[in-house]
Design a protein around this ligand. Structure first.
Ligand code: SF4
Length: 263
């Protein structure tokens, strides 16, 4: 840090700045033009950080508020059935699902995410925005900001994993929201087969969905889901107003398979 700059900043503030886990190169930032804007009024204000102007928030503390996080990611969805929010992507972008939708007897053949309100143009625009947002380098931080404080979270009430990079970013969000229990159903075996289940964050469960109605669970993955047209359904939602209620089987690693009724 330039001596002239360091001399104008209270020592406590300098210490906070240096120890910030978000500051990749405090020396460079300190000598740049933004350093001149770092003017805390007193030691007390540095400790309590009562008000940060925009420059300080972005450049020095990197505090992202929920409004900004929503703008970056396109926001979360709120499925009425679930005990927490979710994140969704356009079903037309599903790698495997886009093929299965044309296969009679597959679980995607009557995909709910291609019907009803999902077809409204405003909903489609929102889904496309969320898809484009996956490329934003701030996506992990923004999703972390939105999910923090939630007890339960579901990934992809529509849509699916887009790439290994997408999956890595989801893992990072899960690690940063360690108090939240995450559940992600998927049909993308191609990505799961490249993973060791032991490397998945412990607060996340990924359930591999079988492709065909009335087929059994896949063998290569420890947590699965199936769909039945018969009476072997284990999901109680249809018996309780199409709500999860107290059931958390989908998030429970001790429940190897969840069987849903055919819609
Ligand atoms: S099995 Fe339980 S947690 Fe999963 S969708 Fe059905 S009611 Fe919800």
């Amino acid at each position: 840090m330039c001596d002239s700059v360091a001399g104008s900043i209270p020592q406590v503030a300098v210490s906070l700045w240096r120890t910030s886990p978000h500051c990749p190169d405090w020396k460079g930032i300190a000598c740049g033009p933004r350093a001149q804007a770092f003017k805390l009024g007193s030691v007390e204000s540095a400790v309590k950080t009562p008000k940060l102007d925009r420059l300080q928030a972005i450049g020095y503390y990197r505090i992202m508020n929920k409004k900004e996080a929503k703008q970056i990611t396109g926001g979360l969805s709120k499925p009425s059935k679930m005990p927490g929010p979710a994140h969704n992507l356009p079903a037309v972008a599903c790698k495997t699902g886009a093929k299965l939708v044309n296969v009679p007897g597959s679980v995607c053949a009557g995909c709910y995410a291609l019907k009803g309100r999902y077809r409204f143009s405003n909903v489609q625009q929102a889904l496309q925005r969320r898809l484009a947002a996956l490329e934003d380098p701030r996506w992990v931080e923004a999703m972390t900001t939105l999910i923090s404080g939630q007890d339960w979270f579901r990934w992809h009430d529509s849509g699916d994993i887009q790439s290994l990079k997408h999956l890595e970013n989801i893992f990072e969000v899960c690690k940063r929201t360690s108090k939240t229990r995450h559940w992600m159903p998927t049909r993308e075996a191609q990505f799961l087969k490249q993973l060791d289940p032991a490397t998945i964050p412990t607060n996340l469960i990924i359930r591999m969905s079988s492709h065909m109605i009335d087929s059994g669970p896949v063998k290569f993955w420890p947590w699965t889901s199936t769909v039945t047209s018969g009476s072997s359904r284990t999901c109680p939602a249809p018996d309780q107003g199409n709500q999860c209620g107290d059931c958390r089987a989908c998030w429970d690693r001790s429940t190897a398979n969840v069987c849903y009724g055919k819609h």
